[in-house]
Design a protein around this ligand. Structure first.
Ligand SMILES: Cc1cc2nc3c(=O)[nH]c(=O)nc-3n(C[C@H](O)[C@H](O)[C@H](O)COP(=O)(O)OP(=O)(O)OC[C@H]3O[C@@H](n4cnc5c(N)ncnc54)[C@H](O)[C@@H]3O)c2cc1C
Length: 426
């Protein structure tokens, strides 16, 4: 991660650093047996999160959390290659697992906060994040603004050195397990919609904030709806300049859509094993010798390899500081399009056992759940259609979508929408 802070940091030799990390991991962490475990949403309880916090603290105290974060904020101030080297060494060890909060905290929200937040706030807040004490969820979407993120109607009213937030957020993943949320709110209703927005870091235990999990199709509660009733926070929690929230949003969207993770591009370009999850599924289903099944597994392997290559390329653009929201959209769109295809392949490979299983079989529901969850990436963080719009407008130079509200004060947009008759103005 890059930072505007100029810091005097001694840069160690990369290979020596890697060896040091390897030794520390071997001496202090537990090596994982088998491939990384995938856990369903319900696995993540306050107890599991607490166990993760302990592991995270151990890593932080050894200086391996926030390797590329500024020293002033509790990191090591090293180039991103050092983080990639550590992650490569650590990939076979049991590390803190906060589920999706790992990505929203370390991949999206906190890097965005570091890029735009107030130094005094960051100096206190980021070390807590790196030590596993502050996990951050996203208070972005609202019932009336998802794709149209700039249409946020949560109201931020200034009161001296404080801000008072009122409104509703929705689809906030794991908000019920998070410590903080990064919240988009409208701070000026008389500006055009992209110009009257501000971002805030909000403690989840703030008086007036009610966080309610939503029951979903897969019988879990991954998301929450969040009600802000006079939630009062100090100005130092503001992220970015007042009414300049759209600039912060651009940083956040690049992170959200694929630029969040340091990647060793060369390491990612190996084809890797043949879709191990599907090979295992075929073995369990007794279909591994079926030539049609083998072709399907080969197709999934192609998807995996192309996805890894694209992800490595996007990671490299990110490392070079050349990643924009338009380029990041390619990676997001790839997942949105191919996750459903791969999940369908899994159902076909698994045969009837993928759809009905012995309740005693702990892995019985896995394929069905995979299928039910396969649309996530086509919606979360911006739908496939929005990625296509972004690529068309930002990368291919196609004309922008027609807009009726870009230049109008947002309060007037709402008034006009309320009075809209569907008939042309005379
Ligand atoms: C698994 C998951 C996790 C999520 N986690 C979070 C979270 O942690 N925090 C958070 O704030 N939100 C979260 N979201 C919400 C997510 O960001 C929104 O669902 C998404 O932005 C779409 O918004 P919407 O649901 O309001 O759909 P809408 O914006 O109402 O879109 C409905 C349909 O219209 C299409 N559409 C809308 N506008 C256009 C356009 N201009 N051009 C072409 N097509 C268009 C869309 O593509 C879509 O098909 C999550 C969603 C999912 C599925």
């Amino acid at each position: 991660m890059s930072s505007a802070l100029a810091e005097d940091v001694a840069i160690p030799d990369l290979e020596a650093y890697r060896l040091q990390a390897r030794t520390w991991l071997a001496d202090n962490m537990t090596r994982r047996v088998g491939p990384p475990e995938h856990h369903e949403v319900e696995y993540y309880t306050p107890e599991v999160i607490a166990a993760g916090r302990k592991l995270q603290r151990r890593v932080y105290e050894a200086g391996y959390a926030g390797i590329s974060y500024p020293k002033a904020y509790g990191g090591q101030g090293l180039p991103v290659q050092y983080e990639a080297a550590y992650l490569e060494e650590a990939k076979d060890y049991v590390l803190a697992d906060f589920g999706i909060l790992t990505g929203t905290t370390f991949g999206v929200c906190v890097p965005t906060m570091v890029a735009h937040g107030q130094p005094d706030f960051l100096a206190e807040f980021v070390p807590k994040v790196l030590a596993g004490e502050a996990l951050v969820c996203q208070f972005f979407s609202e019932p009336s603004s998802g794709s149209d993120l700039a249409g946020a109607r949560t109201r931020a009213t200034r009161d001296g050195d404080m801000w008072v937030l009122n409104g509703q957020k929705i689809w906030s993943t794991y908000a019920h397990l998070a410590d903080w949320g990064m919240c988009l709110a409208r701070s000026d209703w008389d500006q055009p919609k992209h110009r009257g927005l501000s971002w805030f870091a909000v403690p989840c235990d703030s008086p007036g904030l009610t966080i309610r999990p939503i029951r979903q199709i897969n019988d879990t509660s991954e998301f929450c709806e969040d009600f802000f009733d006079d939630v009062t926070i100090p100005d130092i929690y503001r992220i970015g300049d007042v009414n300049e929230g759209w600039t912060v949003t651009q940083t956040m969207l690049v992170r959200e859509r694929g630029g969040g993770r340091p990647i060793d591009a060369k390491a990612e370009l190996h084809p890797g094993p043949l879709a191990p999850d599907l090979v295992e599924l075929a073995r369990r289903a007794g279909t591994a010798a079926d030539s049609t099944v083998r072709q399907k597994i080969a197709r999934a392997h192609t998807i995996d390899f192309v996805g890894a290559a694209l992800s490595a390329r996007i990671g490299e653009l990110n490392r070079l500081g050349r990643l924009d929201a338009g380029s990041a959209a390619y990676g997001k769109l790839f997942k949105g399009v191919y996750d459903p295809i791969r999940a369908r392949i899994a159902v076909e490979v698994g045969g009837p056992g993928a759809l009905a299983w012995d309740p005693a079989d702990a892995h019985g529901p896995d394929t069905s759940l995979y299928y039910l969850n396969c649309r996530i990436m086509s919606i979360a963080g911006g739908t496939n259609e929005m990625q296509r719009n972004g690529i068309g407008e930002r990368k291919l130079g196609l004309p922008r979508e027609p807009s009726f509200d870009t230049g109008k004060p947002f309060s007037q947009v709402l008034r006009d929408a309320t009075n809209w008759t569907g008939k042309p103005n005379t």
